[in-house]
Design a protein around this ligand. Structure first.
Ligand code: FES
Length: 108
């Protein structure tokens, strides 16, 4: 079991446990994490699970796929060229014990 921390500007972070093969979006929604909507259920079709990954974790993540890249251009909050990812496309796998992300102020 790994750990995911969701940071917010001005309010305390939320920390949840996440299985290696479960997406960050699914872990967030299951645990009622605020600010992660997951409208399409994880199909990379809604961009309501947008997060900004903290830089120290970026290298261990899977590369951005074509669908994810396209949807990242449709996020409500501005896309960060380096840190923006869709939480539904992220699993921690065996490469990370934990991850920290910043949640945008708006998803819809
Ligand atoms: Fe829809 Fe991630 S849940 S794009």
């Amino acid at each position: 079991m790994q750990k995911a921390t969701f940071h917010y500007g001005g309010t305390p972070a939320e920390v949840v446990e996440v299985d290696a093969d479960v997406s960050l979006m699914r872990a967030a929604v299951t645990n009622g994490v605020a600010g992660i909507v997951g409208e399409c259920g994880g199909q990379a079709m809604c961009a309501t699970c947008h997060v900004y990954v903290r830089e120290q974790y970026l290298d261990a993540l899977p590369a951005i796929g074509a669908d994810e890249d396209e949807m990242l251009d449709c996020t409500v909050a501005p896309r960060d060229p380096v840190r923006s990812r869709l939480a539904c496309q992220l699993t921690l796998g065996t490469g990370l014990d934990e991850i920290e992300v910043d949640v945008p102020e708006q998803q819809v």
